[in-house]
Write a protein of this length. Sequence first.
Length: 466
Amino acid sequence: MCCRMQKTFIGPRLRRLRGERGETQAQMARALGVSASYVNLLENNQRSVSVPVLLRLMEVCGVDWRDIAEDDSATLLADLRAAVGDPIFAGQRPDLPELRAALVHSPGLAGAFLKLHHSYQRATEQLLALGAGEGNPAASPEGAVHDFFRRHRNHFRELEEAAERFWPAPVPPDESYSALKARLRTTGISVRLVPVAEMPNTLRRHDERAGEVLLSEALDHPNRVFQLVHVCGLIEQRQLLDRLLARSALADPRDQARCRVELANYLAAAVLMPYGAFVTEARASKYDFDHLATRFGVSFEQACHRATTLQREGAQGVPFFFLRIDRAGNVTKRFNATEFQLAQYGGACPRLELHMAFRIPGRIVPQFVEMPDASQYFVFSRTVDRPSFGRQAQDHRLAVAMGCAIRHAPEIGYAEAFRVTGAQMTEVGINCRVCPRANCDQRAYQAALLAHPLDERRRGATRFES
């Protein structure tokens, strides 16, 4: 712990903790055995906390050192940079040193700004969706869960630790299904594989009264294993999931239910793809997700999703975003460990080659893209197959995209055939409704913000621009 505590600043957290205890700086100083001036320096981030003082804080205040010392400034800085990249700040964007200074000296104000900007975005999207007859997106459980995961950098230390304790002894991937069935049997739960006709349009059902977990024959072997680990997580880690949900501040029962499922999915992925082994294999294979899927006995999509969670301090993987769409372009799943802004409602940007993946199923489609704020990313897409319940739904494909900041492209094998420096960039946006790019020949909607008046004397690239 000592090496990790070097240059750790705890100003805002210490100030909040002191306020919760109703103490003055002098009173806290006496409790910690330090001077009031030193407490003042700590609270203003003019001194980093020492290990003895941190241990004394744990003893006096009864707090976990990780709640005080864990640094979320990287995530907040990324969120701030993304927020000021909004077109409404064009021409008056704070630079990076100003944003860093805001986090150090006015973290509360920075947090309030992010909350305000987030509310503005949600209100804008809500109005747009209501105008298109899409209901009320502000109530979307998916959006609420995405925000919760985003606040944690898509990484949950407690779930990783629970996953590491899951197996008393290592279990080979080819034996995990039998081991999981035996594990559930000890708790009075049997596992039964049932025909599609017996359980139509359902992949897994836990019948608590009968003490059975029913798995559909539509599931392939990796997904049968994943579902059983998921069930074990819901049963065995109920208290941990409850604690994480309590921390999420999600009040709506729909949001809580959706979040519990996603947290259990996270745990299942961490069990099947242990952090250390997975990040080591990912680096060695240059993030070859077909290889990773084979190596760990999971699906391509599960391996991609797991890669977005590799944010453990001191052992980070490449920060990725994950986006999944259907044939109509609807976003069906999204996770993000980057600054890339992902569409939540409607379709993703048509310039993303994510849509091209449907034309060449099963093949990787690479692309270099640039967002309106000039940030650049390497993106690669591929189709994935969903379980089929019958001949009417045999071609049930989705497309997934993984992306990382351009500086990480040399670490990705799919980029090896390209010259990263000076690569041809495709200009993309979040989606047409909020994209500020003028005269985009792929625009499907009039831009909601910063739209120039239409000049009837001129026809632009689309009917929305002159």
